[in-house]
Design a protein around this ligand. Structure first.
Ligand code: NAG
Ligand code: NAG
Ligand code: NAG
Ligand code: NAG
Ligand code: NAG
Ligand code: NAG
Ligand code: NAG
Ligand code: NAG
Ligand code: NAG
Ligand code: NAG
Length: 648
């Protein structure tokens, strides 16, 4: 099945732990002498292979350390031999705990002794640092059934000799940085069951030869740059591969319409094509596939009407239709029958200010995540309908009118709540005992008064957006927010706060523009040494920029102090972060020259110093900043000219 990258890594760790446990079992239970099998040519090839690489003290490194001449190579860790011939048939140097640490540095060369192990059936080198090109000679390993090279820093083209591995059943090259297209010869691998090429930087058309892979059960080409159409160029993919249980094509540049009749994909469980440019209607034959469990069509240009049909016994758990061009009423009757749904995403469906019967969601008792953001309906949703859903943990209702009764009680553990632009006028008090709350967005509402003290004692709270309201203060002591130890993102912009609160030291994003802050920027802010984004624009701060801003250099990416009354120089030491992407000190009273240390901000893309009193000569030296795209220098003293340069 398909998992996101981090999930896959987690599975890998769990799997590895299982292997280690079973390994210990086998050592203690079966510690009997092994028959000496090793063939000298195989042993020498392995020993040479060992000497070609540098090994670190990681899982792969520890394995290979057990390889010593004068012992039976078939008993070495990571090696399996054929019992009759003594040929090495499996080499497993999967770097199991290689989350950060990679072993096996140095590229694989075409003359590597690895290719003398011609009887290999399984080769696992995942999670190693084999930065290099896959050599043509991979085609020599013609008995390979399993080839796993994911997370290996490989680049260059995938060689067409891969098509010579005609017994291959599992191929995983995901998360490498290849270039070019997928070779046609992939269509020769007629026993291939799993083809996993996600996040591989592949482009071009998906080769039509893929339509010959009749054994394919799991196809994952997600997050590449594949172009082309599912109909037209390769109808095969959807119509001929009847063994497929999983198709993941998410985040490519694919377009066109889906074929009307998809019923030949009778075993399909996962169908992810989100993040492409498909258009047309969604064929109802897709919904009729009886095994379909995970369906993500989000982020395309599909349009309605949507005919889901009679799905009363559907196993569907995930349905995302978000961000398409569907319009008109949502198919309430059909959706209310999908009682197995765990995740439902209808965000940005345009009902044309029509009515929505939110009561249908009461029937979806298994729902954990529901996204109805920006449905464009004139119906109001009363949050009390969600008190029937015992598993609900993520609720996105931004852009809909929401009613929150004062007696509201939601029994499930809410972790994510997005109620931006919901026309609410009171702080949602039912959150008071939602101790799992990690993400809260109640921005762009009409809430007045003080932010309640209890909010900051919710232990999991990590991201809070209360911007664009009329809050004027924080209930509790001056350090009340500092109690929120896990808070990493806080947006309080566009309110009427007058005093900058003390902030928790682990905060990474602080957005406080458009408030009534005045006086000098308090030095306490410099204690936030992990800060990546600091936005204090459109306030009335005066005085100079504190020198202690140099504390931010180890992390700061965005520093915006636009439209204040700051004066003095822009000191060199505070502007020299290699992480800085955007610097905006425009509309202040800063003077002197531009700090030469900017030259060290090699990632800088946006620089605005307009409307100050800088009196420098034209900073031609900025042209050495490789990523600078927008530079605004207008309205400063001696430059005399109005300069606005874009896309340098
Ligand atoms: C391993 O040892 C044998 C003799 O015991 C020797 O012939 C062979 O060259 C050695 N192999 C390597 C790679 O050192
Ligand atoms: C493989 O070829 C490289 C040059 O491409 C050479 O430096 C290296 O010694 C060769 N290795 C072996 C094992 O022949
Ligand atoms: C792959 O197979 C083709 C045809 O059988 C052959 O011409 C070619 O040399 C092979 N390539 C490799 C690298 O084995
Ligand atoms: C589907 O497979 C059949 C052989 O079973 C083949 O004749 C046909 O051309 C294939 N269709 C496509 C579109 O590849
Ligand atoms: C859809 O295709 C299948 C074969 O893949 C065929 O049996 C079925 O009759 C077709 N259905 C329609 C409505 O064309
Ligand atoms: C829907 O399907 C179920 C069984 O799959 C059946 O009992 C029910 O009558 C069908 N409803 C309609 C309206 O066709
Ligand atoms: C919140 O408090 C109510 C009682 O007031 C309780 O029934 C409910 O389980 C609590 N919810 C959580 C998530 O602790
Ligand atoms: C907070 O909400 C506002 C308005 O909805 C939005 O523009 C802003 O990007 C949000 N802030 C963060 C940090 O996501
Ligand atoms: C750029 O960084 C280097 C290394 O940290 C430092 O030696 C140099 O003085 C800096 N240049 C400027 C102009 O600040
Ligand atoms: C900028 O102004 C300062 C005094 O305010 C002066 O010392 C300096 O020479 C000026 N620089 C330029 C380039 O005119």
């Amino acid at each position: 099945m398909m998992h996101s990258c981090s999930e896959r890594k987690m599975m890998k760790i769990i799997w590895s732990l299982c292997l280690i446990l079973s390994f210990f079992n086998s050592v203690f239970v079966f510690a009997s002498p092994v028959k000496h099998l090793c063939r000298p040519d195989q042993r020498d090839a392995l020993l040479e292979f060992k000497s070609e690489f540098h090994f670190h003290t990681t899982a792969a490194g520890e394995k290979i350390a057990t390889w010593r001449n004068n012992t039976d190579c078939c008993s070495w860790e990571g090696i399996s031999c054929d019992n009759n011939t003594g040929m090495v048939i499996e080499l497993d140097l999967n770097n199991k705990f290689g989350l950060w640490d990679k072993s096996l540095s140095v590229p694989l060369r075409s003359n590597s002794s690895l290719f003398r192990l011609q009887h290999l059936q399984s080769l696992y080198l995942s999670d190693n640092d084999i930065s290099g090109v896959i050599p043509d000679s991979i085609g020599n390993l013609k008995y390979l059934r399993v080839l796993k090279l994911e997370f290996c820093s490989l680049f260059g083209k995938i060689p067409s000799s891969i098509g010579n591995l005609s017994y291959l059943t599992n191929l995983d090259l995901s998360e490498n940085d290849f270039s070019g297209d997928l070779p046609d010869s992939i269509g020769n691998l007629k026993y291939l069951r799993d083809l996993i090429l996600s996040i591989c930087n592949l482009s071009g058309k998906i080769p039509s030869s893929l339509g010959n892979l009749f054994s394919l059960t799991d196809l994952d080409l997600s997050e590449n740059d594949f172009t082309g159409e599912l109909t037209g160029n390769f109808p095969f993919l959807l119509l001929n591969l009847s063994e497929l249980t999983g198709i993941n094509l998410r985040s490519n540049q694919l377009q066109g319409m889906l074929p009307t009749n998809m019923s030949s994909l009778s075993k399909l469980e996962v169908f992810y094509i989100d993040g492409n440019s498909f258009h047309g209607s969604v064929p109802s034959s897709l919904f009729m596939i009886p095994s379909l469990t995970y369906l993500n069509l989000g982020g395309n240009h599909f349009s309605g009407p949507l005919e889901i049909g009679n799905m009363s016994s559907s196993p569907l758990k995930l349905l995302s239709l978000r961000d398409n061009n569907f319009s008109g009423p949502i198919p309430e009757g059909s959706i209310s029958k999908l009682v197995g749904l765990v995740e439902l995403d209808l965000a940005l469906w345009n009902t044309g200010r029509g009515m929505v019967d939110f009561n249908i969601f009461r029937h979806l008792k298994s729902l954990a995540a529901l996204d109805l953001s920006y449905l464009n309906t004139r119906s109001m949703v009363d949050l009390s309908i969600f008190s029937h859903l015992m598993s609900l943990n993520s609720l996105y209702l931004s852009g809909i009118n929401v009613k929150i009764r004062s007696s509201l009680h939601i029994p499930s553990r809410i972790e994510t709540l997005a109620l931006s632009s919901c026309n609410i006028s009171e702080f949602p008090k039912f959150l008071q005992n939602q101790t799992g709350l990690a993400y809260l967005d109640i921005s762009a509402n009409r809430i007045e008064g003080q932010v309640p003290e209890w909010l900051w004692s919710l232990p999991a709270l990590g991201r809070v957006n209360i911007s664009h309201n009329s809050f004027n203060g924080f209930q509790g002591s001056a350090d009340v927010i500092q109690k929120s130890a896990n808070l990493s993102i806080l947006d309080i912009s566009s309110n009427i706060f007058r005093d900058l609160p003390l902030l928790p030291k682990a905060l990474r994003y602080f957005l406080g523009s458009e408030n009534g802050f005045s006086g000098e920027i308090p030095m306490e802010i410099c204690e936030l040494v992990d800060l990546r984004v600091l936005v204090l624009s459109n306030n009335n701060f005066s005085g100079s920029i504190p020198r202690c801003f140099e504390n931010f250099n180890a992390s700061i990416m965005v520093l915006h102090l636009h439209s204040n009354s700051l004066s003095g120089f822009l000191p060199e030491e505070i502007i020299s972060s290699v992480y800085l992407i955007s610097l905006d000190v425009g509309r202040n009273r800063l003077s002197g020259g531009l700090p030469k240390s900017l030259i060290n901000c090699t990632r800088l893309e946006f620089l605005n110093v307009e409307d100050n009193n800088f009196n420098d000569t034209f900073p031609f030296w900025l042209s050495s900043l490789p990523n600078l795209q927008i530079l605004v220098l207008r309205s400063n003293s001696s430059t005399g000219q109005y300069i606005l340069l874009e896309n340098l």
